[in-house]
Design a protein around this ligand. Sequence first.
Ligand SMILES: C[S@@+](CC[C@H](N)C(=O)[O-])C[C@H]1O[C@@H](n2cnc3c(N)ncnc32)[C@H](O)[C@@H]1O
Length: 449
Amino acid sequence: MLDRAFSARRTQPHSLFDVPTSSAVSDVSPDAESADLLADESKTKKPHLYVLASNYMSRLGLVKSPCLCLSLCLLLSVFMLFSLMLNSRSFVCLSSYDPISRASFFGLDGLNSDFGSLGVPWCRSKQGKTVEWTSKDLVKGLEEFVPIYETRPIKNNMHGMGFDHSFGLWFIAQWLKPDIMIESGAFKGHSTWVMRQAMPDTPIISLTPRHPEKYLKKGPAYVDENCTYFAGKDFVDFGSVDWERVLKKHGISDFSKVLVFFDDHQNELKRLKQALKAGFNHLIFEDNYDTGTGDHYSLRQICDQFYIRGGGHSCFKDSDEARIRSKRKKFWEKAVDIDELCGPHEAWWGVRGEMRDNFNHNNTLISYGEHFQNSRFVESILDVYWELPPAAGPSLTHQTRYDPARAPTPIVEDGRYRMFKRLGLDRLDRSVFNGYTQMVYLQISKPET
Ligand SMILES: C[S@@+](CC[C@H](N)C(=O)[O-])C[C@H]1O[C@@H](n2cnc3c(N)ncnc32)[C@H](O)[C@@H]1O
């Protein structure tokens, strides 16, 4: 039943029914007639190529010159062997993650039309409200942000945000114009720098166990002058802060003017409940990991449900999903196949049936019932759910990590190289496009009674 529910969102025909496989044919027990046919195989067996060739040539009158006939046969065989090698190259010599191989395997059109074939689950909001900005605004934003990004102090932000999410955070912050920004998880301070670019005079509060200034000793880091750090010995977890008191000190009483940014790899359901309790409305989660991936339970995982369009999974090894996943795994590092997706007892939700927390240090097995209830809870408090699209399609950025079949349509779609170039995206090192994990912006409010 699970597989049927999954297959309902597929458009591809079921290959087993369309084309009988050789094993399907050989499984049929031969009746008397087919036994006769098998016994008389020599009558129907195709003649060898050289027989056909010499027949053809004898018709042309070449049989009288056997040398010429033999050389022509040889030439024909060499030609056929060569063309066979050329045609089969894409099947045997594919280097996985190589974008050119990917494009030649799927074809550029195939690459495009294959996007979304696995479905992209989306959290439902209370009134179905969406964001104010349009794709035109995002394109305009990219044009403005690329030159800003090029001046970033931390050029190699491994383990931190890459280009896509830096753009997302900058775009949302400058659009919302909050009175104060809170960040949980700063690392070397790249995200603090991004928020500062969006809002030059707005105070920031940063919660992070290790102060970014500590990284300055080893290389580039960013410490902000107008930021209050709860770091080092002053570190307090977001859930333990008395926000009423802290924000009052900053002269803030209207919590709807606060933007909270989480990049701390904590269970997002836990963070959501803490943020709701404190009275915050605007949240961004940097790592909105897809089902089967990541080190914490995410919104994307929570809303990946059978009753959501594009959601739910099948652990059935012969399913369409298993087939598509194993194919895509060859091309995208972060794609997961059925074996990875499903834990014991076919538990596909979260990561192998676990609700993960705190960089994988605190993982809890949950039942599907709990997972389902978590989704219902999230829906009861969500006013807006908006996943940042990738900046550009993989044939432009050459990113090899995330599977585009599980991401929204990019801002600059594949094939639009002139636009990619005009926006200055071609100037960026391709490695900065490899960190996309469906960053999400949420508006939340207390559930309606
Ligand atoms: C992925 S890094 C953040 C990257 C950063 N936002 C950037 O853009 O470069 C995760 C950070 O979360 C911090 N962290 C760990 N536990 C935390 C917690 N409970 N609250 C806040 N930050 C935490 C880690 O020390 C680390 O600096």
